[in-house]
Design a binder for this molecule. Structure first.
Ligand code: FAD
Length: 403
């Protein structure tokens, strides 16, 4: 590989890194992705809910703003991606659906909590509808008879993240973007400036996409800009407040779809959700565990997911288990992502997306493109308007200033 013509290097090929690279390539910027195992991290585990409204919590209003702005971008993002990947109808190709999320409650306490949440959402002028238990079951006949009420967020959507990353890899291939299957061991620096990446020794080496492993090539890739999108592992390459938050999740197979929309609820004090796919698959998620880089699938995780999901939809226990995986969400102290200039010339961050990386991907590509354009002396979209405010919310500076 001729390294001199590489302009931007994206470290990490999860949904965030692949989408950023695709967006840069579409803008005509030469870009290379480096990842030893693309699309195998949190993005492989994710349920794919695009649910800023039903995920809202009392303390996360900024996250709601980011999520809502990104959800608005999803239809055009999906259409452009499907076209570049050579797929047909984007909704079918990516299993993108916008049929809403139904949050349900069982006991009197749950119902009171849901009422409070509804009042909070209405204050924020979010489009939600309160439903009785009967209305919930009319929408979703497979719900447990004990469901006493619900809250419908009709604008929430979902997508199959595995289809999204597969489409991104196909689009990158068609655009001729090199994918180097290697681990980045460190950043190259020239004085203050980041000038590229150093690759780890060992198997994987460097090799261009789809051509299989090659003989060891150059151990360094020089770049005008490095975009760090290594998910939960980002803190291994730079001193960043990003930590792994483990999530176990199960996929069940059903001859016909059990649900028409995403269903969520609190069971035994823990949130559980069920996400239906177009092909009849039903996703049950997810645990939240602070266990470092542990990705073991445990009997306890499996038990809790099934026990809680069965409370909401008793029929789940009849279904065939398709797979169970654990992924590592890239968590940050304030649950907001780190997107934008890292404070070091030549380095831009696109990490820390925690529970919402799939939802936040389209917005992230805009913010990274703006940051790189600004770094090259170009006009920066984010200096003004809504996007500017969103960029501020994600700015890595918020931690540098307080440390
Ligand atoms: P990842 O997908 O983890 O990708 C990081 C990549 O970096 C990996 O491919 C890895 O191989 C690579 N890498 C690591 N170190 C290096 C290195 N040194 N050199 C090169 N490459 C490296 N989000 C939603 O929006 N909706 C959901 O419903 C949802 N559900 C979830 C359910 C579960 C169980 C989990 C775990 C997460 C869920 N998320 C959800 C969160 C979402 O999955 C993440 O926020 C998102 O996938 C982060 O994407 P990423 O590309 O930053 O990270």
């Amino acid at each position: 590989m001729d390294v001199t013509d590489v302009m931007d290097v994206v470290v990490g090929g999860g949904v965030v890194g692949l989408a950023v690279a695709w967006r840069l390539a579409r803008e005509g910027r030469p870009v290379t992705v480096v990842d030893p195992a693309p699309a195998s991290g949190a993005s492989h585990a994710a349920a794919g809910m695009l649910a800023p409204v039903s995920e809202v919590t009392y303390t996360e209003a900024p996250l709601l703003r980011l999520g809502a702005a990104s959800l608005r971008r999803w239809p055009s993002f999906a259409a452009e991606l499907a076209a570049d990947a050579g797929l047909g109808d984007p909704a079918r190709a990516l299993d993108l659906r916008a049929d809403g999320t139904l949050d349900v409650a069982f006991g009197a306490d749950d119902l009171a909590a849901l009422d409070e949440l509804a009042a909070f959402m209405e204050k924020l002028e979010l489009p939600v509808e309160r439903l009785t238990g009967r209305e919930c079951r009319r929408l979703e006949p497979m719900l447990a008879p004990s469901v006493r009420g619900g809250l419908l967020a009709p604008g929430d959507a979902w997508v199959d993240p595995r289809r999204v990353t597969a489409a991104l890899l196909a689009a990158l291939h068609r655009l001729g973007v090199p994918l180097v299957r290697a681990r980045v061991a460190g950043l190259l620096r020239d004085g203050d400036r980041v000038t590229g990446v150093r690759l780890a020794d060992g198997p994987g080496g460097t090799g261009l996409q789809e051509s299989g492993p090659r003989e060891i090539g150059p151990r360094e890739i020089r770049a005008a800009n490095v975009v760090l999108a290594a998910g939960a592992w980002s803190g291994e390459l730079l001193d960043l407040p990003v930590r792994p938050v483990k999530g176990q999740i199960m996929r069940l197979r059903s001859p016909q779809p059990l649900l028409g929309r995403c269903v969520r609820g609190m069971v035994h004090g823990a949130p559980v959700y069920l996400v239906p796919r177009g092909d009849g698959e039903l996703v049950l998620g997810a645990t939240q565990e602070e266990l470092g880089f542990d990705t073991r699938v445990t009997a306890g995780g499996l038990y809790e997911l099934l026990r809680d999901a069965r409370e909401l939809v008793p029929g789940v226990t009849e279904l065939e288990v398709a797979d169970m995986v654990a992924g590592l969400r890239p968590g940050t102290p304030d649950n907001l992502p780190l997107i934008g200039p890292a404070g070091v010339p030549g380095l831009v961050l696109a990490t820390g997306h925690h529970r919402g990386g799939v939802l936040l991907t389209p917005l992230t590509t805009d913010l990274v493109l703006d940051a790189l354009t600004a770094a090259g002396g170009g006009a920066r979209e984010t200096e003004t308007g809504e996007t500017g405010e969103l960029a501020e919310l994600c700015s890595p500076r918020r931690f540098q200033e307080t440390s």
